[in-house]
Design a protein around this ligand. Structure first.
Ligand SMILES: NC(=O)c1ccc[n+]([C@@H]2O[C@H](COP(=O)([O-])OP(=O)(O)OC[C@H]3O[C@@H](n4cnc5c(N)ncnc54)[C@H](O)[C@@H]3O)[C@@H](O)[C@H]2O)c1
Length: 386
């Protein structure tokens, strides 16, 4: 049979799978800053109704939906009330980090699929609990790493998986900002739990771990500091606080570094900063036995590729450098794609686009860095069975 005939079947199958049988009912848990990107994406989808929203702050969910012109929404004071009173296909969990685990577990236990914002959780213990609840529920959980939808990020994985680098043995990743401490709920232990390490560190970890197939982390030597966030000189005022107040509230890390041993004899050398006296602590580099890959860092470090990548390899005994040009996306936007990918997986019964089984290892590294930093020595990373 010719390829043309076979391809017709492939296309017909894909189209058939993508046809939703009914409209999806979606709820938003946490109506703060990032919920906007979720709502704006759902609004563009003609098979989705946003039917419910919850926020701990009285009136916030109502004002939020009014601002984004979403009508017919029922409002609740917290995630439990929302889940208890609605029949939903899915929720977006857009709460601050310390409130990632509880709403996600509650939703899964009540048969609701979950798109959870990054970072996965604050601690490894919480991530393990979430994974167990997911397994028991049989529902779908995807973690909100929209850089996975970036064609340039996908190119990194394609290069590594092609075998062009040979055996990967050393990775340097991370990055950060010279001045870029966020405010709001990001800087307090009670709400954020972790600082730059979780906020932007989780992205750079995912960039490289996803590319190399998420090997299990074995040990961690970690370091954390907060010299900038706690100093009013480097703080900025916001709508509710002076710079001095923000410095006093600051109770998470603004810099973290880690040296991680991964299964397969791979070393991961990592550093991340919300503030530092440097433009960047370095590009991401992946060293292999056949070639090395340099991925330029960005000034912001929000999980993107900072410029054209370079592959260093030998050809006929000569040292060569090959540029990988920046690829253009199709313009739909990474957030739209992450949310659509999650919903399509729910509709089609496909695996989660960003599975918790992978991000569990991301969280284990973050947790390992925290624990090692507290103890002041290398620690073993023990990940319980799910
Ligand atoms: N993917 C991205 O690009 C991206 C960007 C920014 C933030 N985030 C992540 O999104 C999360 C939220 O960030 P944000 O800036 O929107 O925070 P935010 O503080 O502006 O909003 C969080 C909201 O959740 C509410 N909330 C907390 N617990 C709740 C509960 N149990 N039930 C109902 N409401 C609850 C809070 O009252 C608050 O209004 C963070 O974990 C952050 O890391 C992701």
């Amino acid at each position: 049979m010719s390829d043309k005939v076979l391809n017709q079947f492939t296309q017909a199958f894909q189209e058939e799978k993508k046809t939703p049988t009914r409209r999806l009912k979606v709820g938003i848990i946490g109506c703060g800053w990032i919920a906007e990107s979720h709502v704006e994406s759902y609004k563009q989808m003609d098979d989705v109704d946003i039917v419910a929203a919850a926020d701990l702050i009285p009136g916030k969910a109502e004002a939020f939906m009014k601002r984004y012109g979403v009508e017919g929404v029922r409002f609740y004071p917290d995630h439990k009330a929302l889940i208890d009173n609605e029949e939903l296909d899915a929720v977006s969990v857009c709460t601050y980090n310390t409130q990632h685990a509880a709403p996600t577990i509650y939703a899964l236990e009540h048969g609701v699929n979950v798109l959870l914002e990054k970072p996965f959780t604050v601690t490894l213990d919480e991530a393990v609990e979430v994974c167990r609840a997911e397994k028991k529920s049989g529902k779908l959980l995807s973690i909100g790493f929209q850089p996975r939808c970036d064609v340039n990020m996908q190119m990194i994985k394609k290069i590594v998986q092609s075998g062009a680098l040979g055996k990967v043995y050393y990775i340097q990743t991370g990055g950060g900002r010279r001045r870029g401490i966020p405010n709001s709920t990001f800087i307090e232990k009670d709400t954020a739990g972790i600082g730059a390490l979780g906020d932007i560190g989780c992205y750079s970890l995912d960039m490289v771990l996803n590319a190399i197939g998420y090997p299990r982390p074995l040990t961690a030597t970690g370091y954390k500091s907060a010299f900038f966030g706690t100093n009013p000189e480097y703080q900025v005022p916001d709508r509710f606080h002076t710079a001095e107040e923000n410095a006093a509230r600051f109770s998470v890390d603004d810099f973290a570094a880690g040296f991680i041993r991964l299964e397969g004899d791979i070393i991961l050398d990592f550093r991340i900063a919300w503030a530092m006296h440097l433009d960047t602590p370095g590009d991401t580099i992946i060293l292999g036995t056949k070639a090395g890959l340099r991925i330029p860092s960005t000034g912001c470090w929000n999980g993107s590729v900072g410029g054209e990548m370079t592959i260093y390899h030998d050809l006929a005994g000569v040292c060569m450098e090959e540029k990988v040009p920046i690829l253009k996306d199709d313009g739909k936007g990474l957030f739209y794609k992450k949310i659509r990918g999650f919903l399509d997986a729910v509709i089609n019964g496909d695996p989660a686009p960003v599975p918790s089984s992978q991000i569990l290892y991301n969280q284990a590294i973050i947790d390992g860095i925290c624990k090692s930093a507290e103890l002041g020595k290398e620690i073993e990373i023990n990940i319980p069975e799910i």
